[in-house]
Write a protein that binds this ligand. Structure first.
Ligand code: FAD
Length: 396
């Protein structure tokens, strides 16, 4: 892969950089700026900011123009991601599932009607999506889902339970993996549905995380009616669609940008944080760990570029996405441990304590980073995928 940018890509970088400088919401632009505070305010803010991105021509960069996207290249998307993180622009958690997973899945597997109905509202921040995959006994072993969908005329009747469903409380729609047949192998007989979260028979119960927030939910479905027009892909062949979604979840990311910005930030903090008479910048173990973190984020950058290169050549994310997911999620945790080693006890104080550092950012991140090796497939599952699909070892 040629890592040099063309003149038009350099001009593209300038354009997004200038737009972000001129349009960032007031107060944004520093990595530790954390506002607004309640989840409801965050959701309202995210919708508004996403609308601004859309109106500015910066939503759905690689999505086709006919569905409201920009038709840009994968490289331009990478440049956009780098500039977005560099500017410390808002992290829009509640819209991520729609933008990163539902959109690419529908573009690859949806019907024309589904693309026309669902893609533009995602880009405009009008509709929030959740991902109804995991169940109490089907996480890593996702093909074991038991939420039933029974055909009844022109509808499916859905009954069952999902768990760990992020943002379900605020979601307008859910992409749901259901079982439509129980005979044969468990990978067959799954059907992928788009479910209106306002349908009768859906109950959402929040679950609190160790950060104190409650983005997680349990979602119960009791005879929920879903039109057959909302099937993505083929009935009983939903596993193919699931693999498309998971591929995008693991490969289509550029986590190095945010992590490199955090290493730079920690290096600055090391110069300002005193350990006895001298700053942490002089403590050998801190210097070693920061240098090591920089090396690892640089490796991560090359791994992300390799995935982008593959995606731009083939149009589909490959199993190599698991290498990226495994490496960044474990690095994420090491980096947050380094931050706490550097900051000492102040690094473990939350935003409610006046002595906290950066508004409690590092404490929140230390806690949140534990989830990185679980969501989008645990580290063990990524190693299994690499063993089988990259190295060709037999299925364990
Ligand atoms: C922050 C966060 C957000 C999430 N958001 C969503 C969401 O929006 N929607 C959704 O559907 N799910 C979501 N999840 C759930 C996530 O996908 C599951 O937690 C994950 O797939 C693991 O499943 P599990 O929790 O059931 O653990 P299990 O599958 O029960 O795994 C338990 C342990 O056993 C290990 N293990 C399991 N199978 C194997 C194997 N074959 N080989 C080796 N080791 C194995 C695992 O690695 C793990 O350590 C989220 C999770 C987190 C942490």
């Amino acid at each position: 892969m040629d890592l040099r940018l063309t003149s038009s890509e350099i001009a593209f970088r300038e354009k997004i950089r200038t737009w972000l400088q001129e349009n960032l919401p007031p107060g944004w632009g520093t990595p530790s700026y954390r506002a607004p505070s309640t989840p409801e305010e965050q959701v309202a803010f995210a919708r508004k900011w996403q609308r601004k991105l859309f109106d500015g021509g910066w939503a759905g960069l690689t999505w086709p123009k006919e569905y409201g996207g920009c038709g840009a290249s994968v490289i331009e998307q990478l440049i956009y991601n780098e500039e977005y993180a560099r500017a410390a622009a808002p992290d829009i958690l509640c819209l991520k599932i729609g933008l990163s997973l539902v959109g690419p899945t529908l573009i690859a597997c949806g019907t024309e009607e589904q693309k026309r109905r669902f893609l533009a509202p995602i880009l405009r921040g009008e509709e929030i999506w959740c991902q109804g995959f995991s169940e109490p006994n089907a996480g890593s072993d996702l093909a074991s889902v038991r939420t039933r969908a029974e055909l009844n005329g022109s509808e499916f009747i859905v009954t069952g339970q999902k768990i760990w469903t992020s943002v379900a409380r605020y979601a307008d729609w859910c992409m749901l993996v259901t079982r439509t047949r129980s005979d044969g192998s468990k990978h067959h007989g799954l059907t992928f549905l788009l479910v209106d979260m306002k349908s009768a028979g859906i109950t959402v119960r929040p679950l609190r995380e160790m950060t104190g927030e409650a983005w997680f939910n349990e979602v119960f479905f009791e005879e929920v009616r879903v039109p057959c027009a909302n099937v993505v892909g083929q009935v009983d062949r939903g596993w193919d669609v699931v693999l498309t979604t998971l591929g995008h979840e693991r490969a289509g990311t550029t986590p190095h940008v945010r992590l490199q910005a955090e290493v730079r930030r920690l290096a600055r903090l090391a110069r300002d944080t005193f350990r006895g008479q001298e700053t942490a910048a002089w403590v050998p173990v801190i210097r070693q760990r920061l240098a090591q973190s920089w090396i690892e984020t640089s490796i991560l950058r090359l791994s992300a570029y390799r995935n982008v290169s593959r995606l731009s050549r083939t149009g589909v994310p490959g199993p190599e996405g698991s290498i990226l997911k495994l490496f960044w999620s474990e690095l994420e945790q090491r980096l947050k441990d380094t931050a706490c080693e550097l900051l000492g006890m102040a690094g473990t104080l939350g935003q409610e304590d006046a002595r906290c550092v950066d508004g409690g950012f590092w404490c929140h991140e230390l806690l949140w980073s534990r989830s990185a090796t679980i969501y989008a497939g645990t580290s063990e599952i990524q190693r299994n995928i690499i063993a089988q699909r990259v190295l060709g070892l037999p299925r364990g």
